[in-house]
Ligand binder design. Structure first.
Ligand code: TYM
Length: 330
């Protein structure tokens, strides 16, 4: 049995990238492993959410977790800030994380480019908080998308460094994980990059059908192939990647053949893609609406999750402090 930990930032509704990169794995892994899935609301503070939005965002992501099939009877589902032990371990790990290595992290460099007006220290130490989230439960597997690979590498490094600094074999070195295959990246509909929460290129699990049709029909394409078996440009490849996760293999094959023989009509392909996304999302969306109106249930899940997560986290922090040298003097 593996110990599995993963989280999602509460900065917006879940999109197809979050689902296929992460949440789908959570649902599969919860049956046979000891799982901890959480809403990373401390991490969300790096983007300075308004106080009046914070709780609503947490509630939305929690409802989406449950609507996707994460079962709080099997997995420990909790909100990061309900487990203050994480903040304590983060502080302790920060003492052994070097500014140089944090500055070289790809996600930090990207933030510097994208939000030069808000390069806060929380962004710099983001990977340390992530490491604390993971190793506080001594996880060995972390289901995430491709974009988190470097953060997992850093988590392993921090775990290893702690072990060697204190001459212990306390923390396992966790691996980024995708059920049955390599880590994945779901592209956006804008022809470049990954699907994201703030990029305006995403399809959300809470999107109604008309919205999905509109978004997919607007997706970037080109004027079509002019010779047989022509190499596919990135925006078209992206549409096929999305089709690959939501459509039947026979549908993908059909459009691939049409592309290869230069007979493809992108309008037709997009229509099919939109309907396949709707078929997948509609039942989830209905569940999200039902669950998010059940405050008593959500409160119960949060409370029980917090208790279980705290029990596991506080045992680790107690051990870590002991290892570091905090001992009873009197
Ligand atoms: P976040 O909230 O950006 O994304 C949550 C999860 O969704 C995956 N993901 C994708 N996968 C494939 N294609 C995409 N386009 C795509 N977009 C997002 C991410 O890889 C991630 O698995 N730092 C994390 C949250 C976090 C965490 C942790 C994760 C905090 N502590 C500890 C694991 C373990 C984040 O911002 O993810």
């Amino acid at each position: 049995m593996d110990i599995v930990v993963s989280g999602i930032r509460s900065t917006g509704n879940l999109h197809l990238g979050n689902y296929f990169g992460a949440v789908r794995n959570f649902v599969k892994m919860q049956h046979e492993n000891k799982c901890f899935f959480f809403i990373a609301d401390y991490h969300s503070l790096t983007t300075h959410p308004k106080p009046e939005d914070l709780q609503g965002n947490i509630k939305q992501v929690l409802s989406e977790f449950l609507a996707c099939g994460i079962d709080p009877e099997m997995a420990t589902v909790f909100v990061q800030s309900d487990v203050p032990e994480v903040a304590e371990l983060y502080l302790l790990l920060n003492m052994n994380a070097y500014v140089g290595e944090l500055q070289r992290t790809a996600s930090f460099k990207e933030k510097i480019r994208k939000q030069p007006d808000n390069i806060n220290a929380g962004l710099l130490t983001y990977p340390v908080l992530m490491a604390a989230d993971i190793i506080i439960h001594k996880a060995n597997k972390v289901p995430v998308g491709k974009d988190q690979e470097q953060h997992l590498e850093m988590t392993r490094r921090f775990a290893r460094r702690f072990n060697s600094m204190y001459g212990v074999n306390y923390f396992p070195e966790p691996e980024a994980y995708n059920f049955g295959s390599r880590l994945i990246k779901i592209p956006g509909l804008d022809g470049s990059g990954k699907m994201g929460k703030s990029e305006g290129n995403g399809i959300f699990l809470s999107d109604p059908p008309e919205e999905i049709r509109k978004k997919v029909m607007r997706a970037v394409t080109d004027s079509g192939p002019v010779e047989p078996n022509q190499k596919m440009p990135v925006p078209i490849k992206n549409l096929f990647t999305i089709m690959g996760v939501v459509s039947e293999p026979s549908t993908v094959k059909h459009f691939r053949e049409k592309y290869a023989s230069c007979e493809i009509r992108y309008g037709e392909m997009k229509k099919q893609l939109a309907e396949d996304i709707i078929r997948f999302i509609s039942p989830v969306r209905e569940k999200i609406l039902a669950i998010s109106s059940d405050d008593r249930y959500l409160a119960k899940v949060m409370k029980e999750g917090a208790e279980k997560a705290r029990a596991s986290a506080s045992a680790t922090v107690r051990d870590v402090k002991e290892i570091i040298g905090y001992r009873k003097m009197f």
